[in-house]
Design a binder for this molecule. Sequence first.
Ligand code: SF4
Length: 319
Amino acid sequence: MDMLKLADEIIGGRRITREDNLHVFLDCDLKELCDGADKIRKDLIGDEVDLCSIINGRSGRCPEDCKYCAQSAHNHTDCEVYDFLPEETILAACKMNEAEGVHRFSIVTSGRTLSGEEFEQAIHAYETMKKECQIDLCASMGFLNAEQLHRLHQAGVTSYHHNIETSRRFFPYICTTHTFEQKMATLKLVKAEGMCACSGGIIGMGETWEDRLDMAVCLAEAGVDSIPINALMPIKGTPLEGMEPLTEDDILRTIAFFRYINPEANIRLAAGRALLTNDGERAFCAGASATITGNMLTTAACATIRSDKEMLRALGRKI
Ligand code: SF4
């Protein structure tokens, strides 16, 4: 199949569904696939790159058994362990990111869900950030219910993040303490609340190419607005510590077909950018339109944000 012609059809309104022959994305020439993905991105999203940044608001001791995660109590890693951070720490990080020109800022917390006093602390932190900052606010706090999502929305959160991680078929191989269906149900609540839904996953955990295609289609069916794609960086002490890192070509092919299948979503680079040339330069020419930037509350985070902006400007993208 001519991928540039397919790209034009998608720009013209065609949408890929699971009834289509999805194998074309695996069999076609990579360069042609990426050129088509870039064309779709340019036409339907534009040159603007959406930059987001996160703070780990509560770390470690998670009862869930996600096999890739440093924060699961089932795994044996040396990850930091702390309760919900003081509001001053969160606010300082938010202001630093805003001053660096980042568009969105999110509190991310470990655990199945955030509840009780810690949830109230989160609501208060968002109310303060809304009052004192202009940056868009996002949240990632596990399996919240409709009422909690509504309260976050009212406190100023416009986008809720909840990864489906992988395909429906492969999910039980990477987590047994919750299900793919529970993830999809949370995304439905997010959409029903009228917030943007941010959901993607991790590639390179041992899934097949068909699993990656299925994940892309599930996200399209759920109407997800932003799709973070992580390439697994195996962590010592997790069951996936021995996985071979993906090649750059495999990551690019995945990013590109996510763009064809989710043409109007932000395809967002997340963990694993270190596996890509110059932190993802080629991925931004293969359909990516957004990225997580910065990584901690130090000047190193500013340096990462600045080098990302420099790289994107050199590619002719708008920040
Ligand atoms: S629920 Fe989140 S924090 Fe807990 S193990 Fe899974 S990915 Fe890690």
